[in-house]
Design a protein around this ligand. Structure first.
Ligand code: IPE
Ligand code: IPE
Ligand code: MG
Length: 246
């Protein structure tokens, strides 16, 4: 039952540390295993025809972690961006970024900018990395940009405001998945998740493979999204669009 696919799936990849701990390994091993899971997720979503995949790789708040862990993660991001580039090209996937770019170490920013440019014309899927990302900061930054651009209070409606977000052309996530049993947003896509469906998996991120993704998508396919309206209204709208309902 996967007929109703989300157009955009956003994933809060959590549980790398616990995955490592369970095995008596250092946290870094959990992050390494987590990278394999990201690669598999992107491949599987591309295969299924999901147009947008966004992964939360590092929050603004994650800067508070021990320096050794932060350094390890940024080494990992650097390697990941460089290593994935040929596959992204081969699979026609555009890389995108949301977050505070000025926080990134120079080498990471350089590799990222190169990959963003190189994949800019790819069309099969958009894969967005959220690094040094904070939903509140994104909203504040959008407000600052709007003010700086001279937008008047009367002009500032939702459509106008969205133009100042990190990725103005990215549709809102239809489905937000969080692994490891935690059930919170941790400052992820606050503005954009207003009408997202949520799926919380007990599985730790490195173990979140295609079977777990299928469970999330099956759950999504069974949801009824109403956006504040009644089921009857939704029914009528889908009927006029020739899509039927249920
Ligand atoms: C998610 O795993 C990865 C990042 C936040 C970078 P964690 O590192 O948060 O793993 P846990 O939550 O400690 O198990
Ligand atoms: C959220 O995970 C951020 C990422 C997955 C990158 P955290 O592990 O940092 O979240 P909290 O601290 O448990 O809320
Ligand atoms: Mg965590």
């Amino acid at each position: 039952m996967e007929e109703r696919l989300p157009q955009h799936i956003a994933v809060i990849m959590d549980g790398n540390g616990r995955w490592a701990k369970e095995r008596g390994l250092p946290r870094s091993e959990g992050h390494l295993a987590g990278v394999d899971a990201v690669r598999a997720l992107v491949r599987e979503c591309r295969r299924k025809g999901i147009a947008y995949v966004t992964v939360y790789a590092f929050s603004k708040e994650n800067w508070q972690r021990p320096e050794t862990e932060v350094n390890f993660l940024f080494e990992l991001f650097l390697r990941f961006i460089r290593q994935e580039l040929p596959d992204l090209m081969k699979e026609d996937i555009r890389l995108a970024f949301i977050g505070d770019k000025k926080d990134l170490p120079f080498t990471v920013r350089q590799a990222l900018d190169y990959a963003l440019k190189k994949t800019a014309a790819n069309r099969s899927m958009v894969f967005t990395l959220a690094i040094s990302y904070s939903g509140r900061e994104e909203i504040l930054e959008a407000a600052r940009r709007a003010i700086a651009a001279g937008v008047s209070p009367e002009q500032l409606d939702e459509t106008c405001f969205r133009r100042f977000l990190y990725a103005p052309d990215m549709p809102d996530p239809d489905l937000v998945v969080r692994t490891s049993g935690e059930e919170r947003l941790s400052n992820f896509l606050l503005f954009q998740s207003a009408y997202a469906e949520f799926y919380f998996s007990p599985v730790l991120w490195p173990d979140f493979g295609p079977d777990e993704l299928k469970k999330a998508l099956d759950s999504y396919a069974g949801r009824k999204r109403r956006f504040g309206r009644t089921s009857e209204q939704i029914h009528r709208q889908l009927a006029t669009e020739g899509k039927g309902y249920e």
